[in-house]
Design a protein around this ligand. Sequence first.
Ligand SMILES: [Zn+2]
Length: 125
Amino acid sequence: MRAATIHARLDTCPRCGAAIIVALDHHTAALTVRADPLPLDAETELHARLSGRLTYNVLGRDDLQLHLRDTEHMASRGHPVVATHECPGPIPATAIPSAPVPAANPAEPDLFTHIDDDVPDGFPF
Ligand SMILES: [Zn+2]
């Protein structure tokens, strides 16, 4: 498991294997946050808070950060809201697709190109 940074990233919970968001919650004197990657509405956020979980605003587009929703930020819902992870998580790690595989370079020869060229239309296999 890599060390957390202010930049949120996806990881897996070492205990239950669920997908989680890992990030530091501030630039200074930060704590590591492990959150479920499931946006909460007002009702589910209230349920999370009542069960003792902290909630965070997910800020940014490409470079996501988690900011604690304290009493000053609770009224605003301008950003997605997530809660600290609770085992077992709501989303198994296998539900999140891995990074896309880069497309093959068309300039490089493909071992199977010649096979596709030789197959007649309507070939059953
Ligand atoms: Zn877990």
